[in-house]
Structure formats: C-alpha cells, structure tokens
Design a protein around this ligand. Sequence first.
Ligand code: ZN
Length: 202
Amino acid sequence: MDVKSIYMKANALLEGHFKLSSGNHSRYYLQSAKVLEDPKTAKQLADALAVQISESGLKIDTVCAPALGGLIAGFALATALDKRSIFAERVNGEMQIRRGFEIKSGERVLVCEDIITTGGSALEAAHAIEALGGEVVAFAALANRGFCKRNGSALDRKENCSLPENKPLFALADFDFEMYAPDNCPLCKDGSQAIKPGSRGN
Ligand code: ZN
C-alpha cells in the first residue's frame, strides 16, 4: 500500500514551516484528518493495519486512542479488528480514561494514534490504561515519523522515541522527514515563522 501517495492525493502532506506538537520544527506536516475525511480511505488504511496486527499473532481485547488525533484511526482499526474502541483524553494536561470506560484487570489494550512522532501522547495514554489495571501490549498508527521503530521496518529507533522498546509498533509506512530544534531550525534562520498546524485553517 502506497501510504505516501494516499496522503499526497488527499492534500494531507503539507509543505511549509511547521511547529509540531513535540515543539520541534519541520518543513512537512502530516494532516491525517484530511485523509480520514474519506471513510472509504480510512477503512482501507485501517484494514491494512489490522492485517499486520492479526498476522503478528498478537491477541488484543481493546483499541484505545489518545484524543483528538487518534480517534478516527482508533475507531476504524477497532472496527477492522472487531474489538472494543475506547479513547483517552487530556484533562488539565493529564491523559485520562473517562466517559465511563472501564478496563478490566489484565485487559490487553493496543494504543492507536493517527501518526506516531515521538510517541509522547500514546505513552501517556498507555500509562492511564495501566493505572486502571490494563495491560498495554502494542502501539499502532497509520504512519510513523521515523523516530520509533516500526514493526518490520529497516529503520532503527532514534533517541527521542518515547515508546517502550519491548512493545511492537505497527504502522503502514515511515515518513522519515527531518525535524529541527527551534534554536537550530534552518527555516527560522531564513526568517520565516513556524505555524502551528490547525491554527490557520491547516
Ligand atoms: Zn523553524
């Protein structure tokens, strides 16, 4: 599956000067919402991801998505796997499981994002699940920014990946673009201002 052309066709691979949620700057931004606005494409991507997960033999009970970014991908993946779909959300900066969602002791949960960059939000969701007695067995995303090691990819894990090393990350593709610390960003040095995606209609 050519995930990059799916993103490009949907105008979901943006070029410019972006401030990512990690605080780093980048020339590119992936706007998964633009890909997922077409339910057929969302289903196609989630089905392919579900095949990877099923073929690995990993058993899961539940898919949990960190809101807001992971919601649609998580729901579509849970549908494809025929598993329960729940989400975690940030309340006063802290990722929590709310809405009456219950997690049984030892319940096997996969945390699903749209994109894994360093995996910070996914890890926070994992901690919230574990605090309720669930067992986080894997992570998944439609695409991986290339910092964490995707199951089956030749690219190695980088230092700033925050996901646990002993749990698999399933994703359909690596989008390995360069990111810059704000004080060492060539785009800033050229005088442009980084835009926070979503803040100006993108
Ligand atoms: Zn910059």
